[in-house]
Every structure is written in structure tokens, then in C-alpha cells.
Design a protein around this ligand. Structure first.
Ligand code: NAD
Ligand code: MG
Length: 398
């Protein structure tokens, strides 16, 4: 029996994780579920899955959640804030932590789980983008097992040799004969559009992803291709390769989730229907396989698979991420923070879609880069980029 904490249980990944776990009640149990604003949903999840603990952002919300839980006849204990998150991520009774909080808010609780040596199912790509070096070092030191949930990274992981260790920090790609990682991207809802055509698209248009159903932040990132940029940096850290070894491939059907090219000319790809329950089930059961509730792929129904190069002019966010990956140091932390602020401003309808890349670009141009030597330094860079981009948004609004 694996006892599991889900950080971000009320989100898209959290809900899919509970769905897979619910199919195998003899294998997986819920230790704790965390949420932020959707308290009713969290209360129902706790009651349904018998969570021992629930965590929310603040004391007032915790009191409200407690009321809801008791009215459902549910004894789940409620904690709150950063300390609450760290506690349920690192408790002795926990075997596995699903890290599915969106954005920089996921970093500290995920690191708490890493430091406690838990098995980590990593959906929160932003924590690797922000603090990849420190994060991977913490995984090595604690001996945590790290498994990627992001569908592309999970696909690449499945196509790597069995003795490829994600966390030993020794450049293994060359020795393993890996010549390239092919990172799939659907292209999002605006594939084939020009920058001018995209300038005024609404948040609902941007969030209407053709193949995947996801939270709003990652949906906007998919529409700007910043999601692929963040994933590029995520892949560099996870697989210990340079950005020059990673090629983004636009593949509109989202069937080939990514691939690994080897020196003998072989390309190993992982395929499946676009449903996050597949990578979640893979990581939960690894190295075994379990039913994920996902329909089997019907190649006859799909008929065709297409591949194109990304248009970096129309989607400047991807180029900005390539540049930040090459610069290293604090550049990816700045990129991630400025993007989070800009995407929120876009979702709040304060800026236009086309201005997201402008804000990230300006932040990266104006702030100076250094090497982050501690978690405090990373958080300092994150705050610096947030303040700068927020002020810049106010400036362009007026
Ligand atoms: P979502 O918006 O649906 O859910 C986010 C979760 O995080 C919610 O449970 C919310 O309560 C919690 N949360 C938000 N802000 C918080 C805060 N400040 N403090 C504590 N908790 C907070 O997002 P999602 O689509 O499930 O994505 C979650 C993560 O997984 C993201 O990092 C995303 O990039 C990654 N991911 C998602 C998908 C997908 O298909 N949805 C695929 C690959 C990777
Ligand atoms: Mg992905």
C-alpha cells in the first residue's frame, strides 16, 4: 500500500490522480489533500477518499473547511499555510507525494518532500525551472525517487535505457548513445496563426486547448508556447542534457508524447491518447503497469500523424526560454516569475495576449543575471522579477 499526499488535489492533475488511485483502492491510500480556493471540492474529495489531513492557504479558510468536513461527517484534520504544506509533504507516514500545485508556490512543499526522501511524482515543472540545480542536488542528497508526470518528460523517461538514473548528476546521455530528445508540442489553439492575429485573443480562446484539458495557467502557457519553453528547461535538468540536444517538434494530434533519438538511428517514442492519467498511472505504479482508465490508442481511427517546426517569430516565448536556458543562472527564475505575473495579468484582462512575451522579454533584458547559490537567493530572484514585471505592467496599462 502506498500512502500518498497530493499537493494541489483540487486541480486538473490532482483530480486525475484521485481518479487513477480510486481504481486501485488496495494499492493506494490518501494521506493528505491540499487546495487553495475550491474548498467545497476539497471537502468532498477528503470525504470520498478518507484523507487524514487537508491543507489550505490560511486560518480563515481552514475554519471554513473544517465546518464543511464536519457537516459531511468527515474527521479529516485541517492544517494551513506553508508549514501545513511542508508537514503533509514530509510526514513519516507518507510514501509518495504528487507535486501538482501550479507555479512557484509549488517549490517549497515539493522541496520539503524531496528533503524527506519521498517518492516524488513531479507535475510542478515551475519548481525545476526556478531552482533546477538546487532541486536536483536535494534529490541526490536525499535519495528521493523522482518520476516525471509532464506527459513529454514521462514519455522520454519511458524511452530511456532502464539504467539511466535521472538523479545521479553524471552526464549519461552521451554514454547512453542519446543524440537528441524530441520534445512534442501540440502547437496550442493558435498553431499556424501570425503574431498579429493572436494579439487580441481572449483568455477563453487561449484556454480552449485542442487536445488537453488543463488548468488555466498552463493552458495560456500552451497557447504562447511558453509551456514548451518551461518544459525545455525542465528536460535539461531531469535528463541532464544541454538545450542544444533538445528539439521541439510541433505535433498537432498529441499522440506521440515525445521521443529519444539514439546514435544508431533508432528513435524510441511513447504514444497514447492525450490523457494525463497515463503518465500519472505510469509514475504511481513504476516499474509496474496498472490500468489508468484511459481508452487504448486506435491508430486506424487516428489515421495520420503530422510534424512541423515551431514558428519562433509568432511564438517568441519559446525563443525567450531557449535563451534563458543558454544563459542559465537566475535567467530561468526570472523567466518563470515574469511569465506567471504576465499570465495572471492576461487572465485578469489587464494586458493583451501578445504582451505576455513583451513583459517576459523586458524583465529578462532589464534584470542582471547571477548564479543562485541558495534557496533564499532563488526566492530573491523570483521576487525581483515579480516586482519588476508587475511595475512594468502598470506602466504599459497607463
Ligand atoms: P490547476 O490550476 O488545475 O490546479 C492547481 C492546483 O494548485 C490547485 O489544486 C490549487 O488549489 C493549487 N494552488 C494554486 N495556487 C496555490 C497556492 N498559492 N498555494 C497552494 N496551492 C495552490 O493546475 P493543473 O493544470 O492541475 O497543473 C498543476 C501543475 O501541473 C502545473 O505546474 C502544471 O504546469 C503541471 N502540469 C499540468 C498538466 C495538465 O494536464 N493539467 C500537464 C503537465 C503538467
Ligand atoms: Mg507537458
Amino acid at each position: 500500500m502506498q500512502n500518498i499526499t497530493i499537493l494541489g488535489a483540487t486541480g486538473s492533475i490532482g483530480v486525475s490522480t484521485l481518479d487513477v488511485m480510486g481504481r486501485h483502492p488496495d494499492e493506494y491510500s490518501v494521506y493528505a489533500l491540499t487546495g487553495n480556493t475550491q474548498i467545497e471540492k476539497l471537502a468532498k474529495q477528503c470525504a470520498q477518499h478518507g484523507a487524514q489531513f487537508a491543507v489550505v492557504g490560511d486560518h480563515l479558510t481552514a475554519v471554513r473547511l473544517e465546518g464543511l468536513l464536519r457537516s459531511l461527517g468527515c474527521a479529516t484534520e485541517v492544517l494551513f499555510g506553508r508549514d501545513g504544506l511542508a508537514e503533509v509533504a514530509s510526514a513519516d507516514a507518507v510514501d509518495t507525494v504528487m507535486a501538482a500545485i501550479v507555479g512557484a508556490a509549488g517549490l517549497l512543499p515539493t522541496l520539503a518532500a524531496v528533503k524527506a526522501g519521498k517518492k516524488i511524482l513531479l507535475a510542478n515543472k515551475e519548481s525545476l525551472v526556478m531552482a533546477g540545480g538546487l532541486f536536483m542536488e536535494a534529490v541526490r542528497t536525499s535519495g528521493s525517487v523522482l518520476l516525471p508526470i509532464d506527459s513529454e518528460h514521462n514519455a522520454i523517461f519511458q524511452c530511456l535505457p532502464h539504467d539511466y538514473h535521472l538523479t545521479n548528476g553524471v552526464k549519461q546521455a552521451d554514454a547512453a548513445g542519446i543524440t537528441k530528445l524530441l520534445l512534442s508540442a501540440s502547437g496550442g489553439p493558435f498553431r499556424g496563426w501570425s503574431r498579429e492575429q493572436m494579439m487580441t485573443v481572449t483568455p477563453d480562446q487561449a484556454c480552449a486547448h485542442p487536445n488537453w484539458s488543463m488548468g488555466r495557467k498552463i493552458s495560456v502557457d500552451s497557447a504562447t508556447l511558453m509551456n514548451k519553453g518551461l518544459e525545455l528547461i525542465e528536460a535539461c535538468w531531469l535528463f541532464d542534457v544541454g538545450a542544444e540536444k533538445i528539439e521541439v517538434v510541433i505535433h498537432p494530434q498529441s499522440i506521440v508524447h515525445s521521443a529519444v533519438q539514439y546514435s544508431d538511428g533508432s528513435v524510441l517514442a511513447q504514444m497514447g491518447n492525450p490523457d494525463m492519467r497515463t503518465p500519472i498511472a505510469h509514475a504511481l505504479a513504476w516499474p509496474k503497469r496498472i490500468d489508468a482508465g484511459v481508452a487504448y490508442l486506435d491508430l486506424f481511427e487516428i489515421g495520420q500523424l503530422n510534424f512541423e517546426k515551431p514558428d519562433l517569430k509568432a511564438f517568441p516565448c519559446l525563443q525567450l526560454a531557449y535563451d534563458a536556458a543558454a544563459t542559465g543562472g537566475s535567467a530561468p527564475t526570472f523567466l518563470n516569475a515574469a511569465n506567471e505575473v504576465a499570465v495572471q495579468a492576461y487572465l485578469d484582462e489587464r494586458i493583451a495576449f501578445g504582451q505576455i512575451s513583451q513583459i517576459v522579454d523586458e524583465t529578462l533584458t532589464r534584470l542582471s543575471f547571477t548564479e543562485p547559490e541558495s534557496l533564499d537567493a532563488v526566492q530573491g530572484f523570483d521576487s525581483e522579477a515579480r516586482s519588476f514585471s508587475a511595475a512594468y505592467i502598470t506602466e504599459i496599462e497607463s
